[in-house]
Write a protein that binds this ligand. Structure first.
Ligand SMILES: NC(=O)C1=CN([C@@H]2O[C@H](COP(=O)(O)OP(=O)(O)OC[C@H]3O[C@@H](n4cnc5c(N)ncnc54)[C@H](OP(=O)(O)O)[C@@H]3O)[C@@H](O)[C@H]2O)C=CC1
Ligand SMILES: O=C(O)CCCC(=O)O
Length: 494
């Protein structure tokens, strides 16, 4: 088991990385199966680490540790939990340069974006450290003269948190922070492509004095088996997941036997609508952020860009110019790079397939359209015009740097098209007319609506979707609700 000496040499604090999982406050350097797996840099294919491939046996151990610790952790005062979390937040921020470096190495996003993710990830710890102290109950006037009713909120218990590769830091903290703030304990299962960020987060949790067993990390490649154990073990009371809708469905089915609580943050197919009365330059700026952030690999990325006929040509021309002039493809470590590699070959194939399908049905490439000349999984930022609803890009999440532009005429027509999907995560539109702004925002069947902005993610707002994009909300004052049970006491004989 090892970490590349080249990667370690780049870190100010090489102890942030260790080739181990973290169970019950102990570092685990060998899998019971004896298996190992490699983590590679998606920009170069270079091996960054060889790690123990933890599986069901270690997951059960982590569940036991989390279970044994939970009551003790919940019995601490909210302030005690909050103080440890504040320390954890401060350590993440103090080590942001190293954490970003690790993140870029294993995931590929540009270093500046990775630094932004570390601040974003830490913000959930800071926010929920504060919210820990505000888990209020209720008193309710009794329904009979001699009765009084009190509502308590208590932690759900042990939580299984399964996260994807596209935000290797922030998706972990967005789940773990609210859970531990209210007194739950967690088994975190990061994506097999990006376990190093999770390990570094655990090192800092340990340094912050978060007791062993509160936050456990299972690194491994057998997601289905680990997921099955988390869903099937009755010591786990809740599953929280970010990733594909397909896996979300499996986890929900597996959780059904024990009526386990589930929070799901799944795929999207975000519409981005530009109306005739919009500030077109602002809409172009918004599209650049919403579409091309993380090389198009976020669940809230604009997937379908609907542009009203009166501004279609102007928007297409300005967006294509901006894309070709301001985006630079390359390794996330190179200066000025805005677009890193796609995570893997499968991601690249999906992007190619969507473009080929669109072109075969009459779409036109205005800029980009091909794998980047540097090879690997790098892809040129792309703008397509003359896109129609018969094309795959209209129905499936592309998860890559491709902006397909659909033309529309009326408000009713675009609302119908925007809502014609099983997904309902993020949506965006640009308009100035106040009445239109309200009506469109209300008509969009999505959990989140960005109005005249392409960036909606923040720890202070409720993040989540409707329809097949998920269940529950993360971040904000609502973010603790999914980790709490409501208990009511009826006091008689008063
Ligand atoms: N909503 C979102 O934010 C995201 C959406 N996606 C979408 O999903 C597509 C595929 O990406 P992918 O990374 O494969 O996403 P997955 O949903 O397959 O993976 C996300 C996480 O779930 C784990 N996992 C996989 N299968 C199971 C299972 N049966 N039970 C429990 N856990 C499981 C993975 O583990 P392991 O890594 O070990 O397989 C990983 O930790 C993308 O192209 C994109 O469209 C992807 C990532 C994020
Ligand atoms: O794409 C995702 O999986 C999570 C959304 C990222 C964000 O919070 O903006």
């Amino acid at each position: 088991m090892s970490i590349s000496s080249e990667l370690l040499a780049r870190l100010k604090d090489p102890e942030l990385l260790t080739a181990k999982g973290y169970i019950g406050g102990k570092w685990v350097s060998e899998a019971a199966s004896g298996k190992t797996f490699e983590v590679t840099d998606p920009a170069t294919g270079a091996v960054l680490a060889e790690l123990p491939d933890l599986g069901v046996e270690e997951t059960t151990r982590a569940i036991d540790a989390a279970y044994e610790t939970q009551k003790e952790w919940a019995a601490k005062t909210a302030k005690e939990r909050s103080v440890a979390m504040r320390k954890w937040n401060d350590l993440l921020l103090a080590n942001a340069d190293d954490l970003a470096l690790i993140l870029t190495a294993e995931m590929g996003k540009p270093l500046a974006e990775a630094k932004g993710e570390i601040a974003y990830g830490a913000s959930f710890i800071e926010w929920f450290a504060e919210e820990a102290k505000r888990v209020y109950g209720d008193t309710i006037p009794g329904h009979q003269a001699d009765k009084r009713i009190v509502v308590l909120k208590q932690p759900v218990g042990v939580v299984g948190a399964i996260t994807p590769w596209n935000f290797p830091n922030a998706m972990i903290t967005r789940k773990v922070a609210p859970a531990i703030a209210v007194g739950c304990t967690v088994i975190s299962k990061p994506a097999e492509q990006t376990p190093l960020s999770a390990i570094a987060i655990a090192v800092l949790a340990e340094r912050a004095g978060i007791p062993g067993g509160v936050f456990n990390v299972i690194i491994g490649t057998d997601g289905p088996a680990i997921g099955k154990e988390l869903c099937g073990n009755d010591k786990v009371r809740k599953i929280t997941f970010t990733g594909s809708t397909e896996v979300g469905r499996i986890l929900m089915r597996q959780s059904a036997d024990q009526i386990k609580k589930v929070s799901l943050e799944l795929g999207g197919n975000a519409p981005f609508i530009v109306f005739d009365d919009a500030d077109v330059d602002a809409a172009v700026e918004g599209a650049m952020i919403s579409k091309y952030r993380n090389a198009g690999q976020t669940c809230v990325c604009a997937n379908r860009l609907y542009v009203q006929a009166g501004v279609y040509d102007e928007f297409a021309e300005k967006l294509a110019k901006k894309v070709s002039e301001s985006l630079k493809v390359g390794s996330g470590f190179e200066d000025g790079v805005t677009t890193g590699p796609l995570i893997d070959e499968q991601g690249l194939e999906k992007v190619k397939d969507h473009i080929e399908d669109a072109l075969s049905k009459g779409a036109r490439v205005v800029t980009g359209g091909k794998p980047d000349e540097r090879g690997g999984t790098f892809f040129q930022p792309t703008v397509l015009t003359q896109v129609t609803s018969e094309m795959k890009v209209a129905r499936e999440e592309t998860f890559g740097p491709v902006a397909p532009l659909f033309r529309f005429e009326t408000v009713d027509e675009v609302i119908a098209q925007a809502n014609d999907t099983e997904f309902g995560l993020a949506s965006y539109f640009y308009a100035r007319d106040l009445s239109r702004v309200w009506k469109v925002a209300e008509a969009l069947e999505y959990g989140m609506v960005g109005v005249n902005t392409g960036l909606i993610s923040t720890e202070v707002a409720p993040f989540g979707g409707v329809k097949q994009s998920g269940l529950g909300r993360e971040g904000s004052k609502y973010g603790v609700d999914d980790f709490l049970e409501i208990k009511y006491m009826c006091l008689g004989g008063i």
